[in-house]
Design a binder for this molecule. Structure first.
Ligand code: NDP
Length: 499
């Protein structure tokens, strides 16, 4: 680091820098007052007779009444999916299936702005992320799997792949439409029908997706959406008419589902929590690395299962790196998710905000040093200031537990071996990042780290062609790529890629 760079890093960032607001218009979205369940190609009233209110976490404003699916409703949806599977979808020419998926992908692109605004409104994520990350990736997954629909024999040569039936899919609130796409696109491409349950706090883009399904003229019953809370998810898991469960969410619920399904013969994939290590060596490109660290933990308010929530820095560069990081944090704009300049939006729910606050308090109590940049939060809504903890010991809760918020724990190491040992010291194993200019070190680290995805000199990069999934308590099975098709297929002579 030159003296000039040092000087620049010490200079204060201008305080009180006011940006003009750049609000994205909400007019592009029209939200119904009340939604039913999407079963057999149409919206129906829930047999449970129950509804709940979905809100916007940024403004604490009620948005719509959402149906709560009870056991009878789940049964109705599974029956519709079974009928659609047996009486059409599974027998359709694969090239015809592909056409529907291409249509969905194109409609998502055409209606991207509408979806992005709704996603930010209901979930709290910044519009620039829903617009530039969630929506393009959601469409890309449908395009990608549309391409495989009529090439399964080539994807899995000599294995005679065939669909498995009805897939029950349960998704979380951090990437509502993207997780829906990760689940529905491969399932349909492989010839299955689905019943999907969105998260309780973020049902609106899944409900808008029903309109896309109709617009694409997908046969009724191929996609069914049942809204509700964890009870609805549990009903779907135990329904005997479901052949496969795909779940993304907390490790705790994932374990409960695995227990429930033990011995039933139902297929299962689990994409669970994480506590990823982002490992920085002293030969890294410092400024780019700081951007990667910020993206790794503050992207989507840290509501990311693969977030780089544990930063391991080589001791020799810890001081300048942390100084640069803190300085960069002062420029993060926290606030209205629908403002195009916002970097960090609203926390998804009051419950999640309470959880973040509780874990941050535990970090302070246990002795870590907290830094939060000066930051004015909106008066209404659920917000949390981007936070970094230094002086963190491996045993602290903030170094062990998934916070799922904009909170980074910094630890240090001296040698690559020590970095590996500390990084692997977690029950999770979803992702990791390595920052160094040495290719051989990247490859060596990738072999040692027990994580499903390892990024080198970048972080949080997703691509539909690339498999994603975990080790250990982060789950099993892969989504994305050819590996993501496998859990939705049966093969002559067993699995293609193994568990
Ligand atoms: P959950 O695991 O509870 O929720 C994930 C999905 O599962 C939701 O659709 C949820 O419904 C549903 N669900 C809840 N209970 C059951 C059940 N018994 N059987 C079947 N489905 C069920 O996560 P939370 O939303 O409660 O978040 C809690 C914590 O989990 C977070 O703080 C975070 O640490 C972690 N998490 C991890 C995610 C990841 O991608 N790895 C994603 C989300 C959370 P509903 O929303 O209606 O409760």
């Amino acid at each position: 680091m030159t003296e000039l760079e040092r000087k620049r890093d010490r200079a204060p960032v201008p305080a009180g820098w006011d940006y003009a607001p750049a609000p994205e218009s909400r007019d592009v979205v029209s939200i119904e007052e009340r939604y039913g369940l999407f079963i057999g190609g149409e919206f129906v009233e829930p047999r449970s007779g129950e509804h709940f209110t979905t809100i916007s976490p940024a403004y604490e404003e009620p948005l719509a009444e959402i149906a709560h699916a009870g056991p009878e409703d789940v049964d109705h949806a599974v029956t519709a999916a079974r009928d659609a599977y047996e009486n059409g979808w599974s027998k359709l020419l694969p090239s015809e299936r592909a056409k529907y998926l291409y249509r969905i992908a194109r409609i998502l692109q055409e209606r991207a702005r509408e979806f992005a605004v709704l996603e930010s409104l209901n979930g709290g994520k910044p519009i620039k992320e829903s617009r530039d990350v969630d929506l393009p990736l959601a469409a890309a997954h449908f395009f990608y799997y549309a391409g495989w629909a009529d090439k399964l024999e080539y994807a899995f040569p000599h294995r005679r792949p065939r669909p498995i039936g009805v897939a029950g899919q349960i998704i979380p609130w951090n990437f509502p439409l993207l997780m829906l796409s990760w689940k529905i696109a491969p399932a349909l491409a492989a010839g299955n029908t689905v019943v999907l349950k969105p998260a309780e706090t973020t049902p609106l883009t899944a409900l808008l997706f029903c309109d896309v399904v109709r617009q694409a003229e997908l046969p009724p019953g191929v996609v069914n959406i049942v809204t509700g809370d964890g009870r609805t998810g549990a009903e779907l898991v135990k329904h005997p008419g479901v052949d496969k469960i795909a779940f993304t969410g907390s490790t705790e619920v994932g374990k409960a589902i695995q227990r429930e399904l033990a011995g039933t013969g139902k297929k299962l994939t689990l994409e669970l929590g994480g506590k990823a290590a982002n490992i920085v060596f002293d030969d890294c490109a410092l400024d780019q690395t700081v951007e990667g660290i910020v993206n790794g933990i503050y992207f989507n308010q840290g509501h990311v299962c693969c977030a780089g929530s544990r930063l391991f820095v080589q001791e020799s560069i810890a001081e300048p790196l942390i100084a640069k990081l803190k300085r960069r944090m002062t420029t993060l704009r926290v606030g209205d998710p629908l403002d195009k300049n916002t970097d960090v939006g609203a926390i998804n729910s009051q419950m999640q905000l309470d959880k973040i606050r509780e874990l941050v308090a535990s970090g302070e109590e246990e002795g870590a040093e907290i830094y939060q940049p000066p930051c004015k939060l909106p008066e209404k809504g659920y917000y949390f200031v981007p936070t970094v903890f230094t002086n963190v010991a491996q045993s602290y809760r903030i170094a062990q537990e998934e916070i799922f918020g904009p909170v980074l724990s910094v630890l240090t190491f001296r040698t690559p071996e020590e970095a590996v040992e500390k990084a692997n010291n977690t029950p999770y194993g979803l992702s990791a990042g390595v920052w160094t200019e040495k290719g051989s070190r990247i490859l060596w680290m990738a072999q040692q780290l027990k994580a499903g995805v390892i990024w080198a000199n970048t972080f949080n990069r997703f691509d539909p062609t690339s498999p994603f999934g975990g080790y250990k308590e982060s789950g099993f099975g892969r989504e994305g790529g050819l590996h993501g098709l496998e859990p939705y297929l049966e093969f002559e002579g067993g699995e293609a890629f193994g568990g």
